[in-house]
Ligand binder design. Structure first.
Ligand SMILES: C[S@@+](CC[C@H](N)C(=O)[O-])C[C@H]1O[C@@H](n2cnc3c(N)ncnc32)[C@H](O)[C@@H]1O
Length: 340
């Protein structure tokens, strides 16, 4: 993505926020902590090198910046990340090394034939900023960073699981709550996808457009206002209030750690307007139980009755900032009941 294209997106951003404000009564609007995202106006530099800025809810955790959870609160949102000084370095390196060990072991145990793919997905660049470090994995010297190590497994697991359950490989996918676009990027690396619909809140939309545009120049298409029609063969970055514009069947919808933050209104919104009418298969990883009074556990998602559960397994315990148990994250593969 060129500097001019980033500048053009930043120039359009106030229009996106105005669109969100005008459409906030439709049901999609986040009820929880994510509302602070709407007050932040990104600069060209922050979009270009977004990993150098403190953005919660795009797939990065405090430890990914070498920060504590206190330093990651909404009041610091959009600040430049501090450099990792000597004091923070030890902790950062511990997390970095432990992540490589954990996820490398997982891939060679569960999907040994996919190790080379995994290494390619973990491989990073300095293009988006971030605390990039070098590592040697199976004699491959590369640079990477903690979230990339954590995320690389996801696309491989999806592909392997679809194969295992005889689900046709998707040509059209959608992701709701896609963070900065990492899983979409990784799936596009592994699979010959035709059309992608990425849906998230405005700040995430601009960061994902920048990230995906880097790997797929000319293929990112912004569906940010009433005047924008989604395009087949493109990576459509679709505003939540414009999802009625999507009128093609979606082979696979993915959702990671995002449905679990939504109110029943938001889940109904996505269920009624996108999932029930268009989606064949869902893969999601979300908490099995509610955390706030407005959110839902996975068993209560409003689209469940339209889908058969092919797989439901725990991926492990999830803990809150104070170390308290918040239940388990379920990985589930759901297939439309009337699928041919
Ligand atoms: C915890 S983050 C997870 C991000 C990414 N999927 C990951 O696994 O790292 C939750 C995501 O859900 C998105 N989100 C929250 N409420 C939303 C809503 N009502 N509509 C669309 N996206 C929403 C957030 O902006 C964020 O990208």
């Amino acid at each position: 993505m060129t500097q001019d294209e980033i500048e053009a997106m930043v120039a359009r951003y106030p229009e996106l926020i105005a669109g969100a404000e005008a459409a906030k009564g439709m049901g999609w609007y986040p009820s929880g902590g994510e509302v602070y995202k709407f007050d932040y106006m990104p600069t060209v530099e922050a979009v270009d090198k977004f990993r150098d800025y403190i953005f919660g809810g795009i797939g990065f955790e405090p430890a990914d910046y070498g920060l504590t959870s206190q330093e990651f609160r909404p009041q610091y949102y959009g600040n430049k990340r501090p450099n990792i000084d000597a004091e923070r370095l030890k902790n950062y390196l511990d997390v970095f090394n432990a992540s490589i060990k954990k996820y490398y072991n997982e891939i060679i145990t569960e999907h040994p034939s996919r190790l080379e793919d995994w290494i390619e997905l973990v491989r990073e660049s300095y293009d988006f900023g971030g605390q990039v470090l070098s590592a040697t994995i199976r004699r491959h010297l590369l640079v990477t960073l903690i979230p990339s190590i954590r995320f690389a497994r996801r696309a491989i697991i999806i592909e392997e699981m679809l194969r295992q359950y005889d689900v046709p490989m998707p040509r059209t996918i959608a992701e709701i709550g896609g963070g900065h676009g990492r899983v979409v990027r990784d799936l596009l690396t592994l699979m010959p996808l035709e059309t992608v619909f990425y849906i998230d809140l405005p700040l995430n939309m601009i960061l994902a457009a920048r990230f995906l545009g880097h790997f797929h120049p000319g293929r990112v298409h912004l569906v940010w206002s009433e005047a924008d029609e989604p395009k087949e063969g493109h990576i459509n970055i679709v505003a939540p209030w414009l999802i009625d514009r999507i009128d093609t069947p979606i082979d696979l919808l993915i959702n990671y750690l995002s449905f679990q933050h939504m109110s029943i209104d938001a889940l109904n919104y996505y269920s009624d307007r996108l999932i029930r009418p268009r989606v064949q298969v869902i893969y999601h990883e979300n908490r099995d139980r509610p955390r706030e009074e407005f959110d839902l556990g996975a068993a209560d998602y409003p689209f469940r009755d339209a889908f058969e559960t092919l797989l439901s397994r725990s991926t492990g315990l999830t803990v809150g900032a104070q170390g308290q148990s918040l239940g388990v994250i379920l990985a589930e593969l759901l297939v439309r009941k009337n699928a041919a």
